[in-house]
Ligand binder design. Structure first.
Ligand code: DON
Length: 565
């Protein structure tokens, strides 16, 4: 149950007052909406998104407003110092993909995280200024707004400024996360920062971010120049100098988000539209959905042994391919067409045996027919006209590099760890990689973020995505199957316990309750190593029901909230 306190702190300003009135009229706890829906990791950000649509904004206006609001109310992952991916589908069925992923700074180099003996110094790519890529979020939002926005840029960013200036009440979960990071924040920040209090945070305490409000006003008034040039850029560069980072003024000035062509593929009679490289998510998701599409999953049963076995085996193979073939397409010739070739996809399932597990040591990346060579957050939006946005944005780890830009009030990412710092050495998510994802100045690090939109017979059916590092792709995969193969409603599909395999390590990670004792025993007898682990992902999704109504799924693993009208 959600605490009423979460909402009481909002009694400020005409903007929020108006929201409260409209929400009490529609009922706060419903997840069914006639016109529009917004699902995000924080109730305040969801409210901002719905308010923008009610003011006449479209899904992209709402996305811009939500992205900036999350930078305020969800500082673990919401950001302006990070990056992300946004998949858009217009009401008429045109789709577009925005890549605002961070880039390696010009002074980055292939071995920058290795010691003299050539071993990876993992903390170096994870904490402190050297862990940061050049942030992409602000330019991404400017590009999204310029191409598709309807309301003014100022209008879209204003709610975030209000939240930063006036403060918002932290949830119980946020209080505990801020408290658990206190020591680390103190280690990486010499000056006082908004996220550290003398005493401990408690649920309902107001988090005010005046420095961040100032930065957001500069972005409001000057667009991309408000961030990539001028006082904010200088603050970033100064903060880099103080903490051994390498991002320069030129890196910032030269950063540009790019529009890319979505990847798409068929699963049964559905079309899956997702993010292309530099995310690995879209290709892996489409591959796995196609591979399970011909099997009677529903007959085998939800999370029963054959179902789990098949899903684990296709996951194993998709992640093996990810490790070798996927990287930034601007730097590495990604064999996208070959990976999505139907014959190749089918051939990858040839070795699957239902009698026993295939050891990962026996699964190498496939031979392509033609070689063309944990914190993030997701939001899903459908506006009143039927335009949809699926966006995943990140600082990488919780609170990114932990460095708060002095004078800027925002946290810098630690996305450099998503590169393969040394071939075969696992990153913080245990993912391995090689040449395709090596560090090169100006290159984007490979991602697992999988913002996805699904169509059925040309109509919008689902908007879905999640954080979760390496578990993102498999969480999206399962959520989609939970609805389309197992007939669950959106909320149940999002809440259902999940499991995950990523080739290496050769283990099936399971959330509590994902696999019953009988299924577990059967899988173990076939050679699967089953390892319990903490919750995976926070899926936020919207389903369009046959009658056109919108049903939200907000992950109960977090404070996520679906709202609409
Ligand atoms: O882009 C990626 O794949 C990672 N940086 C995502 C990190 C993430 O999801 C952490 N969240 N729990």
């Amino acid at each position: 149950m959600r605490s009423k306190k979460t909402f009481s702190g909002l009694l400020f300003g005409a903007f929020c007052l108006e929201l409260l009135v409209s929400f009490s009229a529609t009922g706060q706890e419903s997840n069914q909406f006639k016109h529009a829906a917004v699902v995000t990791a924080h109730p305040e950000a969801s409210k901002v998104g719905v308010a923008i649509i009610k003011k006449g904004g479209n899904a992209v206006d709402a996305a811009v407003a939500v992205q900036f609001a999350l930078a305020v109310v969800y500082p673990n992952a919401g950001n302006i110092g990070g990056g992300g991916f946004l998949v858009y589908r217009s009401k008429t069925g045109q789709s577009d993909a925005l890549d605002y992923r961070e880039k390696a700074p010009e002074k980055a180099s292939r071995d920058m995280y290795l010691d003299a003996k050539g071993n990876a110094i993992t903390d170096k790519s994870l904490y402190g200024a050297l862990a940061s890529g050049v942030p992409g979020t602000v330019d991404g939002m400017v590009k999204a707004h310029t191409k598709y926005g309807k309301l003014s840029w100022k209008r879209d960013i204003e709610p975030a400024i209000e939240l930063a200036e006036r403060g918002f009440p932290v949830t119980a979960q946020q209080a505990s996360e801020l408290n658990s990071h206190k020591e680390r924040f103190l280690k990486y920040n010499k000056k006082a920062i908004a996220f550290v209090k003398n005493d401990l945070w408690k649920e309902g305490d107001l988090l005010k971010q005046p420095e961040l409000a100032k930065t957001l006003k500069l972005i409001r008034d000057n667009g991309r120049k408000g961030f990539y040039e001028g006082t904010v850029a200088t603050a970033i560069v100064n903060s880099m100098k103080q903490t051994l980072g390498v991002i320069t003024a030129a890196d910032l000035k030269n950063y540009h988000a790019v529009w890319r062509k979505t990847v798409s593929g068929k699963y049964k009679n559905y079309t899956v539209i997702s993010m292309p490289p530099p995310s690995s998510g879209g290709i892996a998701l489409i591959t796995m959905l196609k591979q399970v599409g011909d099997y009677p999953l529903n007959k085998w049963g939800f999370q029963k042994d054959s179902t789990v076995q098949l899903m684990v085996e296709v996951e194993r193979r998709a992640y093996a391919d990810r490790a070798s073939y996927l990287g930034d397409p601007d730097f590495f010739k990604v064999p996208q067409a070959a990976l999505l070739n139907n014959d190749y996809i089918k051939s990858r399932t040839d070795g699957i045996s239902f009698a026993k597990a295939t050891p990962s040591s026996e699964v190498k990346p496939g031979t392509l027919p033609l070689y063309e060579s944990e914190q993030t957050t997701h939001y899903s939006i459908v506006d009143s006209e039927g335009n949809a946005v699926s966006a995943t944005t990140t600082l990488n780890g919780s609170y990114g590099s932990l460095v708060v830009v002095d004078g800027g009030g925002f946290i810098m990412n630690n996305e450099m760890d998503d590169f393969s710092v040394k071939p075969g050495t696992p990153n913080m998510y245990g993912l391995v990689g090689g040449e395709a994802n090596s560090i090169v100045p100006g290159k984007r690090m490979l991602s697992s973020m999988t913002p996805t939109i699904i169509e059925e017979n040309g109509n919008l059916r689902m908007v879905v995505g999640t954080p979760g590092g390496s578990t993102i792709i498999t969480s999206v995969f399962q959520t989609i199957l939970n609805v389309l193969a197992f007939g669950q409603d959106m909320q149940a599909a999002v809440a259902a316990p999940r499991f995950h395999h990523q080739w290496l390590p050769d283990e099936v990670f399971v959330e509590k309750g994902a696999i019953d004792d009988t299924t577990r025993a059967k899988l173990e007898s076939k050679g699967y190593k089953i390892t319990p682990r903490e919750p995976m992902g926070r899926v936020d999704a919207i389903l369009v029901k046959p009658n056109g109504e919108l049903e939200t799924g907000a992950d109960p693993r977090g404070n996520d909230k679906g709202l609409g009208y």
